[in-house]
Write a protein that binds this ligand. Structure first.
Ligand SMILES: Nc1ncnc2c1ncn2[C@@H]1O[C@H](COP(=O)(O)OP(=O)(O)OP(=O)(O)O)[C@@H](O)[C@H]1O
Length: 349
């Protein structure tokens, strides 16, 4: 099972023993490979990730969805130990295979990063060295984590290229000699070089054209299935997450505001922000002549966030009590951070 658990800051009490909405939905819960508990990140002393808890089990996919600036990338970078000043972890745990990565020395963390957990970034250009052939870069990724000779690693790099759909003979190509889609495939091959248990994918297709996007997502989908990887897909596009993930966490202003199994969420989010995101989602069935309702207003800047609902100024359901502190809580088979979640659900009935 993958999901978002209510950490201490979330104050979740319902659901399964771990407090997950997925647990409440029924079914035996596999132990998570990766657990993020009550993660807090500050940028220049300002809280930008505020008590986020997530978990994902082998073979499962968790989507993390939300508008630009809600803290998706910083959550993933915190998991990877890649935050740099002025951004830093202010609290929480990132537990991978029973070890809290946030307590590891830099040297030990370097051994885990890329080995047990790998990240694929939005722009393949930033992940690849323009001065090295792609084959050499995959060899380097393999040898960083496995004690193998250059020749064996080169053979393995060829296998990885083939696995991601790049002809082996392109190992000698430089990144600029490949298309954007091919470059992203190479990045995926590099990410697999350490044979990780968890793949974090941060907007892996945003920089690609629509056809290539679908191919790369299909590729990640196949690889995760065949290798039994736990995957976290970060995207602003609820439609993309719905097509790929078992469960979805919706983030707003540095917090998880809703989390549910994908089918449940897609059938009708209980948080007004999730509802607005879904209404603004375009898919192949959306008629061309139907206007897409944009979410009015802007997310608040990190300097003016509250313990109460930060979606309140944009929310069509806002009432006075939305100005009180609000925790993530179990509502039916979802976790929702909204005092009016039941009323939103009743409106659907
Ligand atoms: N290096 C930094 N210094 C200061 N603030 C930062 C830094 N990096 C990110 N932030 C702020 O932290 C908040 C969360 O950023 P983050 O990149 O995690 O958002 P996101 O949801 O991934 O957005 P996007 O989809 O645009 O990548 C934003 O308000 C952002 O401006």
């Amino acid at each position: 099972m993958s999901g978002v658990t209510g950490g201490a800051a979330d104050g979740v009490t319902g659901g399964s023993a771990s407090g997950t909405a997925g647990g409440a939905a029924g079914g035996a819960a596999a132990a998570p490979v990766l657990e993020v508990r009550d993660l807090r990140v500050e940028a220049g002393g300002v809280p930008v990730v505020r008590g986020v808890s997530l978990d994902v089990a082998a073979g499962r996919r968790l989507g993390v969805v939300g508008e630009s600036g809600c803290g998706k990338t910083l959550t993933a970078l915190a998991v990877m130990g890649l935050l740099r000043p002025p951004v830093r972890v202010a609290g929480g745990e990132v537990v991978l295979g029973g070890t809290d990565l946030l307590r590891l020395s830099r040297r030990r963390l370097d051994r885990v990063r890329g080995r047990r957990v790998s990240m694929i970034y939005q722009d393949p250009g930033t992940s690849l060295n323009p001065l090295m052939t792609v084959g050499a870069q995959i060899v380097e990724a393999i040898r960083l984590h496995h004690d193998v000779g250059r020749a064996r690693a080169a053979g393995r790099a060829g296998d990885l290229l083939a696995e991601v759909g790049v002809p082996r003979h392109r190992a000698g190509a430089y990144p600029h000699e490949l298309s954007g889609g091919m470059r992203q495939r190479v990045v995926i091959a590099m990410a697999l070089g350490g044979e990780p248990d968890v793949l974090l994918c941060d907007e892996p297709t945003t920089a690609l054209d629509v056809t290539t996007q679908a191919q790369v997502l299909d590729l990640i989908d196949r690889i995760c299935r065949e290798r039994g990887l736990a995957a976290v897909l970060i995207t602003h596009d609820l439609g993309v997450a719905a097509g790929f993930c078992d469960e979805i966490a919706v983030m707003y202003a540095g917090r998880v505001v809703e989390r549910a199994a994908t089918d449940r969420l897609y059938a009708g989010p209980r948080h007004p922000y999730g509802r607005a995101l879904l209404a603004a989602t375009v898919d192949l069935t959306t008629p061309l002549d139907v206007p897409i309702p944009a979410i009015p207003g802007q997310p608040p800047p990190p300097e003016s966030l509250h313990q109460s609902c930060d979606f309140r100024p944009r929310c069509p359901l806002a009432v006075d009590r939305c100005g009180e502190p609000v925790a993530l809580r179990q509502v039916g088979d979802a976790l929702v951070r909204c005092v009016r979640a039941e009323e939103a659900e009743a409106a659907d009935a």
